[in-house]
Design a protein around this ligand. Sequence first.
Ligand SMILES: [Fe+2]
Length: 365
Amino acid sequence: MRFGWQMPVTLRFGAGCADEMPATLGGRAAVVMAFEPAGRLGLESRWRAAMGERLLDWVPIADGLSSLARARELSDRIWPQLRRQPGCVLIAVGGGTTLDLAKVVRCRPQEDDFERVTAALRGEAPWPVLAAAPLWLLPTTAGTGSEVTRWATVWDTDAEPAVKRSLDEAFGYAERAWVDPVLTLSCPPAVTRDTALDALAHALESIWNRQGNPLSDRLAVSAARRVIAALPGCLAAPADLSLRSELSLAALEAGLAFSQTRTALAHALSYALTLEQGVPHGLACALWLPTAWQLALGRESRVDERLAEVFGTPAEQGPDRLRAWLEGVGVEARPAAFGISASDAEARIAAALGSPRGRNFVGAP
Ligand SMILES: [Fe+2]
C-alpha cells in the first residue's frame, strides 16, 4: 500500500469562527469578495468595523455561474489594488461560485494580463509567472469543499456551446479557510439540499475511486454517514445550528477526502446534465450515485467494505437504500426522471468511463 497526502490549507472550524478572521490579518490589507447576503446577515458591518482601513474594497458577488467573463471583470477591479498593496490578502466568503472565482482572480500574472490567464485555463499556453495574492476562503454552503481543493471550475461562455475550464494546479490551494456553520444558516432549502448532495457525492466518489486510501476512506465514510443522518432533519429545521454544523463538518470531511482522490463516474456524468438542462451541480451528481454504486460493486474488497459502512448494510443493498433516502429528500434518482432513456444512459456511462474522472472509477475498464 502506497499513498501520499498534501493539504497546505490552514483550517479553522466551528460556529462563529468567521469572526476571528479580521484579527488574523494583522497589519495586512485585504480585498473581500462576498456573497450578497453578507450585508443582510450583518457580516459586512462586523468585518468592516473590525478591518477598518485595512479593507481596501468590498466586492459583492451575485449568484450564478463562475465564468471566465466574470473573472475578467473582477480582475479589472481587484488587480490594481493587489498591485498597489503587496501582501494584500484576497478573501472570499460565499458559495462555490464565489470561492472558485476568487481562486482564479488571485492568479495575477506579473504583467496583469488576463488574456494570459485565459490562455492557460484553455490549455493554449503554460501558466505565466504569477504575482499570486494570498487567498483566504470562507464557505457559506456545506458544500463544495472548494476551500480545501486545488481546483476551480470556470465556464468558458465565449465558446459555443459553453465549455467547462478547470484551474487545477499546485498553486490553486488557499492559504487559510474558516469553516463556520453559522454562515450556512442563510442557505435556502434547495441550496442546502443540493450542496449537501454534492458533499455526499464527493464522499462516495472518493470511496469508489482508484486513488482511495485508508485516510481518505475514513473521512469519506464519516462524511457520507453524516450527510445521510443530518440532511433530512436540517431541511425540516433549517435554523438548527447543530444540524448545520454536522453538514459543514461532513462537507469538510468529504472535501478533504476528494482533495486527494478527485471525483469519479457520477461527476463525469453530471456535467452534461448541468449544461443541457441547468440542473444544479449537486443534484446532477446525486442522480447518478445509485447507478455508480451498482457499477462499483464487486470490484475491490476495500470499496465493498467501505460502502457497507455507509448504511451499515451489505454493500449490494446500497443502491436501493440510497434511492430511497434520496426520495426522502425529494430527489428521484433515475436518469428517466430527467428525460434520459435507458439506452441513452448506457451510452453516457460508456463515454464517461473513458473521461479523466471516469477513469478514476474502480469500475472503469
Ligand atoms: Fe462536486
